[in-house]
Ligand binder design. Structure first.
Ligand SMILES: [Zn+2]
Length: 63
């Protein structure tokens, strides 16, 4: 199982949000930071999102 990275952020309303760095999907917005682990551990990247990411990458100009 590949290692996945997640970006966590804290919202002004006190909720916590986690975003998958692979497919850039917002996985969950929860009231307790400990809940983020549960959502992250069961997250599976949506192939549709991954395909879109790859298309965007290939369309980027090479610098
Ligand atoms: Zn993902």
């Amino acid at each position: 199982m590949p290692f996945q990275e997640f970006a966590r952020s804290h919202n002004e309303d006190g909720t916590h949000e986690t975003t998958c760095m692979e497919c850039l999907a917002t996985i969950a917005t929860v009231g307790s930071e400990t809940e983020l682990y549960q959502h992250e551990s069961v997250h599976v990247c949506d192939p549709v999102n991954l395909n879109r990411m790859n298309r965007d990458r290939t369309s980027l100009p090479h610098l």
